[in-house]
Design a protein around this ligand. Structure first.
Ligand SMILES: *Cc1c(COP(=O)(O)O)cnc(C)c1O
Length: 392
């Protein structure tokens, strides 16, 4: 053994060697504060602006529309709180969905306490929102629609183009939490009519603790972090220089070979799904069969606890997740799996295997082999499963 199989790429990804190499000089050689006027400082300022330009180019945004943050959660908080407070003279209504990341859902709970009205759209069995329900939910008080690009648990990709068209027709700002999509799916903020977009580098082989918010020029938004004049006076704090440089390198690498990488990932993903469904009974695939992230596999095994499954996989050197990283550790099943209509007992037996650039076919075969053994072993301890088998 001795090998370790990492299939939790939706939780985080390793920093690629090329990214790390690019970052290292900015810790102790090119370490100047970008706000300092001497050359060590202006060299840093330059590096920040070149990075901003690279990220903007990939998304077809303007350079000055990219604002660095400390990651996806901060970007989500900023988009929602910033737009809510800056536009409260226009209205107090925000529309989102029931399957958003907690970065959105918990921010909405906070805004509700501040007097904002939140509508949570339902999703169907595949995790798709209903565009008619969205249209009906819009009132003359609606200031913002926030719908995630792709779901972190079940991988479902939303009809973003249609959502933004509806928002535009009604003159409402549209924000998307694209943390699972950036670096994995082609995104053009102009073609898709996106006003605000959250991204995070550690989901595409960049460092943790760095992200960005795309803010379309002209969008009215308050700052979230007050202080110095960094980021065009809109996000204070000395820039996280090595991470900014790393994020730009990572996004460039991600889009260099996107189509080939995705073709490979989709093949691996579908092989993994097919083998699980063929070899194990009482199992269901969660998420959309086609409109899903290239690396996402999410299944529920009946008569099994997801936590026990994870521990058994870990003993075989396999890293995966059940529900989302933030909900595991609590006994509540994932809000996403409940929203697609799964009963509690089935939602508890969920497993997410998220594939990335470093996974191989051999790993897929090995994981399925181990899953078959583990599921059989765990079910042998389930009286309910035994009873159902005898009844067959
Ligand atoms: C990971 C994730 C976040 C949070 O990003 P951080 O950089 O970890 O704060 C937000 N939304 C989605 C969809 C995510 O997958």
């Amino acid at each position: 053994m001795g090998k370790y199989i990492y299939m939790d790429n939706s939780a985080t990804t390793p920093v690629k060697q090329e990214v790390l190499d690019e970052m290292l000089p900015y810790f102790n050689i090119k370490y100047g504060n970008p706000s300092s006027i001497y050359s060590l400082g202006s060299q840093s300022k330059n590096a920040v602006e070149i990075s901003r330009e690279k990220i903007a180019k990939v998304l077809n945004a303007k350079t000055k529309e990219i604002f660095f943050t400390a990651g996806g959660s901060e970007s989500d908080n900023w988009a929602l709180k910033g737009v809510a407070f800056a536009n409260k003279d226009k209205g107090n209504h925000i529309i989102t969905s029931k399957i958003e990341h907690h970065g959105i859902l918990h921010t909405c709970e906070y805004l509700k306490k501040q007097g904002f009205d939140i509508t949570y759209l339902d999703v169907d069995e595949y995790g798709l929102i209903d565009l008619d329900q969205l249209k009906e939910a819009i009132t003359d008080k609606t200031i913002l629609i926030s719908i995630m690009f792709a779901n972190n648990e079940i991988g479902t990709i939303q009809p973003i183009e249609e959502v933004s068209r509806i928002a535009k027709e009604k003159g409402v700002y549209f924000h998307t939490d694209a943390v699972q999509a950036v670096g994995h799916i082609e995104i053009d903020v102009n073609e898709l009519n996106i006003d605000l977009l959250s991204m995070s580098a550690h989901k595409f082989y960049g460092p943790k603790g760095i992200g960005a918010l795309y803010i379309r020029q002209g969008v009215k938004i308050d700052p979230l972090i007050s202080g110095g004049a960094q980021e065009g006076n809109r996000r204070a704090g000395t820039e996280n220089l090595p991470s900014i440089v790393g994020m730009a390198k990572a996004i460039e690498l991600a889009y260099e070979n996107l189509n080939e990488n995705n073709a490979r990932l989709i093949k691996l993903r579908d092989k993994l799904i097919d083998k699980i469904l063929k070899n194990i009974d009482y199992v269901r695939l969660n998420g959309h069969p086609i409109n899903r992230l290239p690396g996402n596999v999410n299944v529920c095994f009946e008569f099994i606890e997801g936590e026990s499954l994870l521990l058994s996989l870990d003993m075989e050197g396999i890293a995966a997740s059940s529900g989302s990283a933030c909900t595991s550790g609590s006994l509540e099943p994932s809000h996403v799996l409940l929203a697609i209509g799964l009963p509690h007992e089935i939602a508890h037996g969920s497993l997410r295997l998220s594939l990335g650039d470093f996974n191989t076919e051999e790993e897929v075969d090995f994981v399925v082999e181990k899953l078959i053994e583990i599921v059989a072993r765990l079910r042998a301890m389930s009286p309910l499963y035994e009873k159902i088998k005898e009844g067959k």
